[in-house]
Design a protein. Sequence first.
Length: 411
Amino acid sequence: MADILDIRGEPIFDDRIVKYEFHTYNPYVNTTFGHSDEIRIPIQQQDLYTLPCESCLYVEGRLTSKEEENAEQRPKLGINCVAFMFEEIRYELNGSEIDRNRNVGITTLLKGYSTHSADFTHQMENAGFVHPVFDYDVRRLVTEDGYFSFYVPLHMLFGFCEDYKRVVINARHELILIRARNDNNCIVGDAAKEPKLELFKIQWRMPHVTLNEVNKLSMLRILENGRYLSMSFRSWDLYEYPLLPSTTKHSWAIKTATQLEKPRYVIFALQTNKKNNMSVHKTFLDNCKLTNVKLYLNSEFFPYDDLNLDFDKNRTAILYDMFVRFRTSYYQILRERSETLFKTDAFRKMFPMVIIDCSRQNESVKSGTVDVRLEFEFKENVPANTTAYCLIIHDRVIEYSPMSNVVRKIT
């Protein structure tokens, strides 16, 4: 209330940045965009102030197939198609890898379902990630002749670009993309129609920031002392259990992590007969009559109580509450301001996932390792061709020296 009496307040003009513009970077000459090809997009200039958190991936191409009179029966690009075009993407700084995304399609699907909000759907559409409740594919974003272009913010693909919101000074950047072995996961339709996906352009658009003379001088002073600059963010690691045995109880030893990179959040999901199956939508998840999930970090376990789920009786209220609470915890926002992508019925029927918040742990132990294990139970035997996915979100700290170009990972 005191501010309403400050009648002598002067307007404040932020003139620290005098220029902010996007520059387009292309892959090396003679790079091909075929299946399993490695695509490298470098930013070689070092005397730059770049802003990776606002950078984007631009993809242009065409989907063709055998002539079909009925347009409805033509193969179409599926939801989140751009991410499914790539098996893996990596971000390198001064030749050192700082972040990686494996199985890009499923990783961004689970992360996006959990953290994107309803008011983000228009930007999602421009990235080829339409709202899965209202659209089953992206046909309205593709011309009758099959031409398309998508603009994917890198904060949808990397934890580094989502969390680290500062400029990077005097460094070489490189984006490495590995094309998928086939396009079965990004296309929905009849394989007999022989759909063919052709990519014409893959470009990296990076903002360049120009400072005024005063701020440029203060930045140069930081460079002169040779100090290391710290970049902390949350990295996303996806683990896959390709074929679950047909039983009702499972124990999955996922990984051994360091204390720094131990899980903060874990997202568990199931899909039956969807991987590499062009005839079905990859964006839907299956419940497989799941009844309980427990995460073990050494001797600690999460959640404390059993879930006691029963999808036949719609007993999933606790699961949806975990889904809603995750976004408020992850972004540290008020719950009443957090609008999730899915309502209760859509979440239960089409997108069931278990999100375990293990961000609050005893931090007094600084050394040693953490064994990560999942135990989960079902009401009936797991259906054949069921794949389990576990997305682990963990902390990562990178330090880099703008003077020496040395990058080191803190463990």
